[in-house]
Design a protein around this ligand. Structure first.
Ligand SMILES: [Zn+2]
Length: 247
């Protein structure tokens, strides 16, 4: 029941967020032999974010235009980013839908200090026994009752490797799971219009942001879970290589 409700919400939100290409591509793939080609030009990236099946253990909490991600492994859970302020209930719903709950949360990792990624923390923090982490360059900008543990590139949390991806903010980090090739990219990558780097409008240092994309392209990425836009679970590596080469 809960799963269904979240799926429905995701559909509405997807439409509301203007991810038109998703609907177009889905329509075409659903009746590929009989439909005419899409009337709008196809984006030049190697892959479109059409699949919502996430790698093993990963779950998405779609908060309108921003996503939080949950990693369930055994009896423990890591949350990566917490959405906009007021997102705690939706994240709890997501945990329950995945068969877990706040009691299992041991790690809350924040990719950067912007409000649409740390907003839910205020409601989550009192309900979990978890360590809160952020990149060492951003941790001081996150004010909570508990200390925020600073992370640096190469650190490991819960089998997740921390990758320094400065640019969007000075201390922006991405999270890479080597076992599955899953990259939770925060705002270092986005997928609303094919795969793109950090939105220049909100980026502290675009040169650094481009260098971060090139660094991410050196990883063996199989799935990209971005802060904004749909997860990219097919053709992710090819799209990332193409993007990195274009910067
Ligand atoms: Zn953001």
């Amino acid at each position: 029941m809960t799963v269904y409700r979240i799926s429905r919400r995701r559909l509405f939100v997807t439409a509301g967020a203007g991810v038109v290409s998703l609907a177009v591509v889905n329509t075409v793939s659903a009746c590929s032999s009989s439909s005419s080609p899409p009337s709008r030009p196809v984006a030049t990236t190697a892959a479109q974010p059409v699949s919502t099946a996430l790698p093993d253990g990963w779950h998405r909490v779609d908060r309108s235009y921003v996503s939080a991600y949950l990693l369930l492994r055994g009896e423990e859970v890591a949350i990566v980013d917490t959405g906009t302020p007021g997102s705690a209930a939706a994240i709890e719903d997501g945990l329950k839908a995945a068969g877990s709950g706040f009691a299992a949360v041991r790690h809350v990792i924040l990719t950067h200090y912007h409000d649409d990624h740390i907003g839910g923390l205020e409601g989550i923090e009192p309900q979990v026994k978890a360590t809160i982490y952020a990149g060492s360059g951003d941790a001081a900008n996150i004010i909570t009752d508990k200390p925020v543990k600073p992370l640096n590139g190469g650190d490991e949390v819960f089998g997740l490797r921390i990758v320094d991806t400065p640019g969007h903010t000075a201390g922006h980090i991405s999270i890479f799971e080597p076992a599955t090739g899953t990259l939770v990219a925060g705002d270092a990558l986005r997928t609303q219009n094919g795969l793109e780097s950090s939105d220049p409008q909100f980026t502290t240092d675009q040169t650094l942001a481009s260098a971060s994309v090139k660094a991410l392209a050196k990883l063996d990425v199989k799935a990209i879970l971005p802060g904004h836009g749909e997860p990219l679970t097919t053709g992710a590596n090819e799209a990332l290589q193409e993007l990195a080469a274009s910067l």
